[in-house]
Design a protein around this ligand. Structure first.
Ligand SMILES: Cc1ncc(COP(=O)(O)O)c(C=O)c1O
Length: 355
């Protein structure tokens, strides 16, 4: 492929290659030729001195997209969430979030381990959102027995499900009434934006700080941006440094993020359509239980038949389709799985289920 045009088209060969029909997560996407070209052409400088023009451009673009004053480029969603939590909360203060939310359930307990922040999990609704009454009940009184409630953390999408602006605003309103800050883990906020036809800015308006991951459905190899008010982001920049995440000529990576925001947002709709088709196809197979209601973006949740689920997994694996091991499956569609890849997977599941 010629590498001298500004952005050559993506290599088709990397999609659907055997073993690369990988449904484990949208984090498995690989930078395509056009993204690598953007990387190669990136202007760089020392970002710790604020000198990297590509990082600066990415941060400015993300802040604009999310309707916030400033943004900081972090190495991962975990680091961006933790930088935010450390910026909002002091030791002994409390973060309230949904049961199963990534900040509490899947980030190695970083807020407690590194920040002395007290985690409080409240029920998560069927749509992945939080009920205002549950938030209200969880906020602690001004009592020396209790931690000081400081931050509500929301998540959208959550388990592939989307919450509307109204749903997010209702949760945030409780926080505001009590003088708490609001963080939104928007690792896949662009999926929610595309699915709802609502701008990322409108979805983020409920929150003081918000993240979007560039390394998931958007297809960049690395990085998450955290956006918010200038003073909070200045504190988060210091926390990122403390966490070892201040990089130097990071423009080579930020270029992928910029490319992703410019070229890979609208195409998320293809992943959503693929997921829907996959879910509907699997739902027709004997003994398969598919949660069609939760298939709102790029994720499919499936429960395989009790008798032969391991045989099914073996067969599907032999057909070159990679999925996580277990009877309860999460299958995630992304840019490296085309519609043909979905057909291959459906065919493999069908053969395994009916043989
Ligand atoms: C909702 C959510 N938030 C945060 C993260 C953390 O992102 P990272 O893996 O880049 O640390 C993930 C990762 O899957 C996620 O799903």
């Amino acid at each position: 492929m010629a590498m001298n045009s500004a952005y050559p088209s993506a290599s088709a060969s990397q999609a659907n290659a055997p073993g690369l029909i990988d449904f484990r997560s949208d984090t498995v996407t690989r930078p395509d030729a056009a993204m690598r070209q953007a990387m190669m052409q990136a202007e760089v400088g020392d970002d710790v001195y604020g000198d990297d023009p590509t990082v600066n451009a990415l941060e400015a673009k993300a802040a604009g997209l999310l309707g916030k004053e400033a943004a900081v480029y972090c190495t991962s969603g975990t680091q961006a969430n933790l930088s935010a939590m450390l910026s909002h909360c002091q030791r002994g203060e409390e973060i309230i979030a949904g049961h199963g939310y990534h900040v509490l359930a899947a980030e190695a307990g970083g807020c407690a381990a590194l920040g002395g922040i007290v985690p409080c999990a409240i029920p998560t609704g069927a749509d992945g959102g939080l009920d205002p009454d549950d938030i209200e009940a969880a906020i602690k009184p001004d009592d020396p027995h209790c931690p000081i409630s400081r931050l509500i953390s929301l998540e959208n999408t959550m388990g592939g499900r989307v919450q509307s602006v109204a749903r997010l605003e209702a949760a945030a309103a409780v926080a505001r009434r009590h003088g708490l800050s609001v963080h939104l883990d928007g690792a896949r906020l662009m999926n929610a934006s595309v699915a709802l036809g609502v701008s990322a800015k409108d979805l983020a308006a409920c929150a003081d700080t918000v993240t979007i991951c560039l390394s998931k459905g958007l297809g960049a190899p690395v990085g998450t941006v955290l956006a918010g008010p200038a003073d909070v982001i200045a504190r988060a920049r210091r926390q990122r440094k403390l966490l070892g995440g201040a990089m130097r000529q990071a423009g080579v990576l930020a270029a992928c993020g910029l490319y992703a925001l410019e070229h890979n947002v609208e195409r998320l709709a293809e992943d959503h359509a693929n997921a829907r088709r996959l879910a509907q196809g699997l739902a027709e197979l004997p003994g398969f239980e598919i949660d069609l209601e939760s298939c709102q973006t790029n994720m499919v949740f499936a429960r395989l038949p009790s008798g032969n689920w391991e045989t099914i997994l073996d067969h599907v694996g032999e057909a070159g389709v990679t999925i996580s091991h277990g009877r309860n499956l999460r299958l995630v569609c992304h840019k490296d799985i085309t519609s043909d890849g979905v057909d291959i997977a459906l065919q493999a599941f069908q053969q395994a289920a009916t043989s």
